[in-house]
Write a protein that binds this ligand. Structure first.
Ligand SMILES: Nc1nc2c(ncn2[C@@H]2O[C@H](COP(=O)(O)OP(=O)(O)OP(=O)(O)O)[C@@H](O)[C@H]2O)c(=O)[nH]1
Ligand SMILES: [Mg+2]
Length: 263
């Protein structure tokens, strides 16, 4: 359960019966249900809940703008890495950082509900890293980044990698003040994910299809996945790679280096 964005409450969720477009139920904790005279059951969201959510996002956005101003003033390229749990964000960072360190200093903020496992993996590379544990929270927010950055000595003209909590839903809603969002999807997740979780792909600037070394073993069509992602967001930069074998890495590293040299 997430107690910071209330996403577990099911607020605003709609349940559809397959094949019956006229039937839908809005689910809202604590709301009353009733039947409309147009033949379907309908539960209304409490307006108070909506106001609280707007308030949370507004407060977050104000802080995100402060973070963004700080990053811009220091010419820091801040990348927010997002994905389902286990798509390979940390592995991608482990393989990416050694290849860009020569060009620019790197620091990392790791977000997870619990453990310092990912921070320890990054620390082994010898770069500054902080772990943010969100407890029951399912995403990082701008305040967490604001506090973390104050604890770090972020260098001018550097790369800051922020690994968000593994979750393809809520982190898309919370602006951290990052320069760009990078969504990672792996071939074991299904090529329909961009259509099923469109907000994440719509909000992202870059999409990395990871674990391409497993393509021979899973029914996953990379071309269809790309088409689905571009349907949701035609501006997405698209990379296909394997963080384990290093296949496809040159294009990703080349793109990153060009961003760093123009930051
Ligand atoms: N075959 C294969 N496995 C990979 C690849 N990238 C990552 N993995 C494996 O996938 C698992 C999860 O990788 P992580 O890098 O921890 O994934 P993550 O997205 O950081 O996970 P969370 O932080 O828990 O959300 C590990 O067992 C990795 O070794 C890849 O390109 N190919
Ligand atoms: Mg990780």
């Amino acid at each position: 359960m997430c107690d910071s964005c209330g996403c577990s409450s099911g607020n605003g969720a709609v349940i559809y019966k397959p094949g019956d477009a006229s039937y839908h139920v809005h689910v809202d904790e604590g709301a009353h249900a009733h039947d409309h005279d147009h033949g379907h059951r309908h539960e209304h969201a409490h307006s108070r809940q909506v106001v609280v959510e707007q308030d949370v996002l507004l407060k977050n956005n104000l802080l995100a703008e402060r973070n963004r101003g700080y990053f811009e003033a220091k010419n820091v390229l801040a990348l927010n890495f997002l994905s389902s749990p286990g798509s390979g964000k940390t592995t991608l960072l482990e393989k990416t950082i050694p290849r860009v360190q020569q060009l620019s200093p790197v620091s990392v903020i790791e977000g997870d509900q619990q453990t310092t496992n990912d921070a320890e993996r990054i620390q082994a590379l010898g770069v500054p890293v902080l772990q943010v544990n969100t407890g029951t929270g399912c995403h990082l927010d701008a305040q967490m980044i604001n506090r973390a950055v104050k604890e770090m000595d972020i260098r001018d003209r550097s790369l800051l990698c922020i690994e968000n909590v593994g979750n393809l839903v809520c982190p898309a809603l919370f602006d951290l003040g990052e320069s760009l969002k990078v969504v990672v999807i792996s071939v074991t997740e299904g090529d329909d994910k961009p259509l099923k979780y469109p907000t994440m792909f719509h909000e992202s600037d870059v999409c990395i299809l990871n674990k391409t070394d497993l393509l021979p073993y899973v029914p996953f069509d990379a071309a269809i996945c790309r088409e689905n992602a571009l349907k949701v967001n035609h501006r997405l930069e698209w990379f296909e790679l394997s963080a384990i074998t290093g296949d496809g890495f040159d294009a990703w590293i080349g793109w990153l280096q060009s961003k760093l040299s123009s930051a």
